[in-house]
Design a protein around this ligand. Structure first.
Ligand code: NAD
Ligand code: UDP
Ligand code: UDP
Length: 326
């Protein structure tokens, strides 16, 4: 537990969301103070309600597309709807959140000289023609498609982070996050892990988009958050004036087809659900797998939790959620 004089005051935007709430648990657990900023678009107070009695926790309902003036030592910028269903609901707002949100948080970081982390995404690689994806790959992104509000918004945010770094000497950390799952995923966000688990627990059909042969690589949330902290904690004095800005891939390199995922979820839940096939959404990437050599080298980090173990914990969470809702 950090002492008062080594304790940091840390802003987490998007802190009431899936990843943000787990990150906050870890930061508070090690003794830091946390200000959670969230407009509750896709996040929920329920994800952080267990923290409201903690004197080191503060919640501010605020939209990051508007300026924010507070005093903090570090910023984790996670605010942005992450699932295709959510980010396509109001695509203009999605781009604003990524771009105006990044400008405001970078402006804040510049004023208070705070280190700032950006939750970027594997979507900057688009439908990749290089496999697995390394950080040097520039991506294959459609600039005018249904996913572009998210993909291009996140790409522009990366540009802004690196320009503030070069132009204003800002201490930045840009992580490209690959598909992550775990407790507190939104049950209706349309993402594959939450969809399949909820469908399986309700004995409903499991909806495979396309032929189910497209691949993803799934990282359990606890592993990912450990990567965030290691990345953010690289000091500035190890051969880099500003620590290590990234970009760095964070994700689990174990790759599965979507069909394999469906079959595993059925087995773990003992469900009677059947597989059904639905049309593949436009621009749906065919394959995705992070190359994490850089994270291994720079952070001495790699995921530890295997898909089956992580899914079991996620299934337990959704079982509790569904039984408390009924
Ligand atoms: P999430 O939707 O659960 O969380 C996002 C949070 O941001 C929500 O609480 C939402 O209310 C908040 N938010 C959205 N717009 C906002 C705004 N304008 N102002 C303030 N708050 C706003 O999603 P998540 O899975 O926790 O993702 C967190 C971050 O990680 C996102 O930036 C996402 O792009 C990135 N990411 C996630 C994944 C993944 O697999 N979960 C993969 C790649 C990148
Ligand atoms: N900003 C903010 N909080 C701060 C400082 C700045 O929200 O503590 C916003 C500010 O409103 C501006 C943006 O961040 O729109 C970028 O700030 P910067 O200083 O880089 O640019 P400028 O103010 O010169 O446009
Ligand atoms: N998917 C699916 N059935 C679902 C939800 C998603 O087959 O009910 C597929 C989707 O088409 C994609 C993959 O699962 O190929 C991952 O989808 P998700 O929305 O979770 O994330 P992303 O496409 O952003 O990686």
């Amino acid at each position: 537990m950090r002492k008062y004089n080594s304790r940091k005051r840390i802003l987490v935007t998007g802190g009431a969301g899936f990843l943000g709430s787990h990150l906050i648990d870890r930061l508070l657990g090690r003794g830091d103070e946390v200000v959670c900023v969230d407009n509750l678009f896709t996040g929920s107070k329920r994800n952080v309600e267990h923290l409201f009695d903690n004197p080191r926790f503060e919640f501010i309902r605020h939209d990051v597309t508007f300026p924010l003036f507070i005093e903090v030592d570090q910023i984790y910028n996670l605010a942005c709807p992450a699932s295709p269903v959510h980010y396509q609901h109001d695509p203009v707002q999605t781009t604003k959140t990524s771009v105006h949100g990044a400008i405001n948080m970078l402006g804040l970081a510049k004023r208070v000289r705070a280190r700032i982390f950006q939750a970027s995404t594997s979507e900057v690689y688009g439908d990749p023609s290089m496999h697995p994806q390394i950080e040097e790959y520039w991506g294959n992104v459609n600039p005018i498609g249904q996913r572009s509000c998210y993909d291009e918004g996140k790409r522009c945010a990366e540009t802004l982070f690196f320009d503030y770094h070069r132009q204003h000497g800002l201490d930045i950390r840009v992580a490209r996050i690959f598909n992550t799952y775990g407790p507190r995923m939104h049950p209706n966000d349309g993402r594959v892990v939450s969809n399949f688990i909820v469908q399986a627990l309700n004995d409903e059909d499991i909806t495979l988009y396309g032929d189910g042969q497209q691949t993803r690589s799934f990282c359990f949330v606890d592993d990912l958050v450990e990567g965030f902290l290691r990345f953010m904690d690289i000091p500035n004095d190890e051969g880099h004036q500003y620590g290590f800005p990234g970009p760095i891939n964070l994700g689990n390199p174990c790759e599965f087809t979507i069909r394999q995922l469906a079959e595993l979820v059925i087995r773990l839940t003992g469900s009677k659900s059947k597989l059904v096939f639905r049309p593949l959404p436009l621009d749906d990437p065919k394959q995705r797998q992070p190359d994490i050599a850089l994270a291994k080298k720079m952070l001495n980090w790699e995921p530890r939790i295997e898909l089956e173990a992580g899914l079991k914990r996620t299934v337990e969470y959704f079982e509790r959620e569904l039984s408390s809702a009924s």
